[in-house]
Write a protein that binds this ligand. Structure first.
Ligand code: HEM
Ligand code: HEM
Length: 293
């Protein structure tokens, strides 16, 4: 996991390298145009394209560097800091290489893939810098396993407390615990909340009712409270409501934990496969420009 200091690594060394590279590219770009407008086919265009392609290959190699623990080729922090700054310069270097001549062709496909990889990189950087704090604030520094242990205790205690109440309450609580769904598809993990159901019965008929965020079953039990006889029945219902609300809070924290960790990883499913597609499109771009030379 990367840390805030990644952007200031070695006195923000790679920020200065990147600014130098952008300046040199801009100088190359403006020296074009005497015989033809700036484009990828001038010698300056070739230099800018070659620098861009080499950068892309080097950026892609981070996948290998991250996993090779025995190499002495710089620290992973240094590589990642350079990756972020030099990766961003590509937006300018590649744009200058193209001479801002884009069309519906293979060359522009390579360019578009590069832009998507870079934008997803920005997203990843933002997530890596901010989401870990949100995760520990949500779990109070604890682990997800601890939250699940608390949930299982509350499941058991709520079911036990519901057994002391009327049968429709026991059925509602039992079914709400049994039908609680956590996680699921990637979409469910990243976006959706609790869409489970519980069984609402009135002694003669029963129906499945939406239990949005466990509020359905809490309201169902709370509605019985004003009608309860004073004494044991009211006390049992109150104890059950407290347990159900605690259970609802723990479930919310588990779902938020899943969501936050999902967002922390999700962008890599764009960044890495599109890097592979980018390298393939780039090879075709370079080969095709040499074929039509
Ligand atoms: C060794 C590296 C590279 C070489 C030799 C190279 C070569 C060329 C050449 C010769 C052109 C001019 C084609 C023409 O005017 O018909 C060109 C244009 C272009 N290049 Fe590259 N390129 C390289 C790297 C890159 C990179 C890294 C990108 C972006 C990911 C890129 C994207 C483009 C685009 C979008 C154009 C404009 C195509 C058009 O006019 O429609 N190139 N490149
Ligand atoms: C065309 C440009 C880029 C390419 C080809 C590229 C490619 C890659 C690759 C292959 C990885 C390794 C992923 C893995 O194995 O887990 C990676 C990681 C990463 N990239 Fe990029 N990237 C580019 C630009 C960027 C930019 C502009 C940023 C941010 C502004 C960025 C941020 C990151 C981050 C934060 C990681 C994760 C590092 C870690 O897990 O320690 N990338 N990138």
């Amino acid at each position: 996991m990367i840390h805030r200091s990644i952007l200031r690594f070695a006195g923000a060394r790679y920020l200065w390298w990147s600014l130098g590279l952008v300046l040199a590219s801009a100088v190359l770009y403006v020296t074009q145009g005497n015989t033809q407008p700036p484009n990828g086919g001038t010698w300056q265009g070739y230099v800018l394209g070659t620098v861009g392609a080499l950068l892309i290959v080097w950026l892609a190699l981070l996948a290998i560097r991250k996993r090779s623990y025995r190499t002495s080729l710089g620290s992973v922090q240094g590589w990642t800091s350079a990756h972020i700054y030099l990766g961003t310069t590509l937006l300018i270097i590649a744009t200058l290489h193209t001479g801002v001549q884009v069309g519906w062709n293979l060359h522009t496909l390579a360019y578009a893939l590069m832009c998507i990889v870079i934008v997803s990189g920005f997203f990843g950087l933002y997530a890596y810098l901010n989401v870990p704090d949100l995760i520990s604030a949500n779990t109070g520094g604890g682990t997800r396993a601890e939250l699940f242990a608390e949930l299982f205790d509350l499941d058991r205690e709520s079911r036990g407390a519901a057994q002391k109440c009327a049968s429709e309450i026991a059925i509602a609580v039992d079914s709400s615990v049994a039908r609680t769904a956590i996680g699921g598809s990637a979409y469910a993990q990243l976006f959706s909340g609790d869409a489970s159901f519980f069984v609402k019965s009135d002694g003669t008929s029963s129906a499945l009712v939406r239990n949005a965020d466990q509020q359905g079953v809490v309201d169902f039990v709370a509605e019985r409270l004003p009608r309860a006889q004073k004494g044991a029945e009211a006390a049992n219902l109150q104890q059950l409501i407290v347990l159900l609300c605690r259970r609802q809070a723990v479930l919310r924290r588990i779902r938020r934990d899943i969501k936050l960790r999902g967002w922390l990883k999700f962008w890599l499913y764009v960044h890495v496969p599109l890097t592979v597609a980018l390298v393939a499109a780039l090879v075709l771009h370079i080969v095709s420009t040499f074929i039509y030379w």
